[in-house]
Design a binder for this molecule. Structure first.
Ligand SMILES: [Fe+2]
Ligand SMILES: [Fe+2]
Length: 274
């Protein structure tokens, strides 16, 4: 048995420090849980895709965690697929990896393989999408008889692999191809994501789809009219890995300020929905 605490969407910056105190509250909560590993599922930075200062600050802030940590990139860290305003590019990814380590990783624990994926590269140019497909193929080729857990920023899907495009909120169906082999694999037990800033647990065959809430802020009804079955709250997740299953619970962050970003989003993210 081992435990992983998942945190997400801390949106840290020395320039716009509005959410940094909530991160300090999250660090205290995580350290009290003393997990074997922490996984941060992206948007560690307020705007690392545009500011190296934010990346350096967020990397220093994550170092306050006592446990070993793995990080996957979010749209605010490395850009978003082939988006026109802030696409995921090789330069942005290289800068991210200098501070946070590889955006694609596997971490083996007894009986388990944890796989970190770069959801922002799916559908991106620069050969970035191919790197994700290659990493998935390699992780499956050498899986053996381990069970699997996948961590990525954007939800791989909202309800079903066959669903249509849900826009900004999940991996676009056209880019979902390489994920299919993972999501339909009989050894898969957990797909853990962030990005939506809501908490939800649902099932995909024998796997749990775990949407980790943010540490930074809530997204209200103006920006996210449909919470897609999720609960608007701040928090973190603890995943306890047993022989053939993962127990996941959503935990609050005592002392975090559950501020909603809608009224002041234009100050923080001009012309950006999150
Ligand atoms: Fe976020
Ligand atoms: Fe995001």
């Amino acid at each position: 048995m081992f435990s992983v605490v998942q945190v997400s969407d801390s949106h840290l910056s020395p320039r716009v420090p509005r959410f940094n105190a909530n991160w300090e509250a999250a660090v205290a909560a995580v350290n009290r849980l003393s997990p074997d590993l922490v996984v941060h599922t992206g948007d560690a930075t307020l705007d690392g895709a545009g500011s190296e200062e934010d990346i350096a600050f967020a990397a220093r802030s994550l170092a306050a965690l006592s446990a070993p940590i793995r990080v996957v990139p979010g749209n605010h860290d490395v850009g978003d697929g082939a988006s026109r305003s802030q696409p995921a590019t090789r330069d942005r990814l290289t800068q991210y990896e200098r501070y946070f380590g590889p955006a694609l990783w596997t971490e083996d624990q007894p009986g388990w393989r944890l796989i970190g994926l770069n959801s922002q590269a799916m559908g991106a140019g620069d050969g970035l999408g191919h790197a994700v497909a290659d990493a998935i193929a390699e992780a499956l080729r050498t899986l053996g008889d381990r069970r699997m857990a996948v961590f990525l920023h954007k939800p791989a899907l909202i309800e079903a692999l066959e669903e249509g495009d849900v826009g900004y909120w999940a991996v676009p169906p056209a880019a979902r191809g390489p994920l299919a082999a993972l999501l339909t694999h009989p050894a898969l037990r957990l797909v853990a994501s962030g990005h939506l800033h809501v908490a939800r647990l649902s099932a995909l065959g024998p796997a749990t789809l775990a949407w980790c809430p943010a540490t930074a802020f809530l997204v209200g009804e103006k920006l996210l009219p449909n919470a897609m079955g999720g609960v608007r709250q701040l928090g973190l997740m603890r995943h306890v890995f047993r022989d053939d299953s993962v127990e996941t619970e959503i935990l609050p962050i005592p002392e975090a300020d559950a501020v909603e970003i809608d009224p002041f989003v234009d100050e923080i993210y001009p012309a950006d929905p999150s």
